[in-house]
Design a protein around this ligand. Sequence first.
Ligand SMILES: *Cc1c(COP(=O)(O)O)cnc(C)c1O
Length: 461
Amino acid sequence: MDYETIIEPFRIHTVQAIDLPDADARERALLRAGYNLFGLHADEVIIDLLTDSGTGAMSSEQWAGMMRGDESYAGSRSFYRFEDTVRSITGFSHVIPTHQGRAAEKILFSVAVDEGDVVPNNTHFDTTRANVEYRGAQALDLVIPEGRDPSAIVDFKGNMDVGALREAIESAGRDRVPLVMVTVTNNSGGGQPVSMANLKAVRAVCDEYDIPLFLDACRFGENAWFIKTREPGFEDKTPREIAREMFSYADGATMSAKKDGISNIGGFLAMNDSDMAQNARNLLILTEGFPTYGGLAGYDLEAVAIGLEEVLDENYLRYRIRSTEYLANRIHAAGVPIVLPAGGHAVYIDAASLLPHIPPHEYPAQSLAIELYRRGGVRGVEIGSVMFGRPAPDGGPDIPGTMELVRLAIPRRTYTQSHIDYVGEVVIDAASAASDLRGYRIVEQAPWLRHFTARFTPLGS
Ligand SMILES: *Cc1c(COP(=O)(O)O)cnc(C)c1O
């Protein structure tokens, strides 16, 4: 097709109504929720960009697969279909289903990581970091320096800093580094991709020290598409061939099927080492379930197996990456500062540069996220000093996070271009009122993960 418009490569077969709460209803909802968007009922939201995790639309093939689900406790047909699919995409010999990504992480780190160990990653996702730290180990983020600069335009901004990795291994000592992880795409670093060349280079360092390499593969399909379109030598390869090559440099992977499994639940842990897999399965039986279902129903295994195939479809990936970039281009062209280039699954608005009059301890990104909901019923998520800052021990202003971002995550196959146009309008409208926006104060907060439950009050103008 030579036309410029990249269409949604699906038509709509079942629809779910969106409520359209008016401005008064939204203001009441904000007040009730203490200005915390996690406290909203989903029915109070018009366009929900809180997360792309488990929020995608399944295909008619997936729903049909669910009807074929085999619910046998042991050895179900659905498990073998799932296992075949994961093996053929990843090449790993042992495939262990889990109810979602963090369960795979918990099991992997329980069998591989000990107290005092160090686990390098490009950037740990928050559950990955928490699971490493829960083992008494240290989670090191070693993304390239450009990966920490919102305005640096680099093709593979999720790459690991290979020099820093080598230094980290030397300084910890090889025996304290049980594994290296690379997250594709780098979710906490703006959904930025990792190049094949970088994976190869990381692999070479791991080989030198004889350390296993695991991929956090949640968005392996999106990463494969970025490699196809940005890395020389891959333009004629299929996303499946590229994914297979990505996995070939690793010894195993953790996966949340709520992302590139295009399913509402599910995940897996996969690896080549038989002894490690045996230990993982023993633990799986204790916490998740028998190794042929791992906390999932047979019908979930079917949905994930089909979703993993569908995510590698070129038409899907072209549309997926384009739709994120479309929103990014639109608001960037209107002068709204965002993290560049656009990530695979989300657009990140740089609230620190949009709202320079609101200091970090008055939560500029929270203020902007609230304004997007107030004006248009759009729900994003603050990724800034509410999420990553901490109260100062002396009762003074908070210790801030490193960036003040509002993330707009795009659920898969869920919203149409007009929904996204609407989001663009709301963002541009809110940004045009930036100088009128005020900061917030936290009036109630939990001792950890405060962003989920904190209550806020607006500061006087
Ligand atoms: C979502 C996610 C996880 C955790 O998966 P869950 O299914 O939410 O438990 C781990 N790593 C990355 C990069 C993720 O995006």
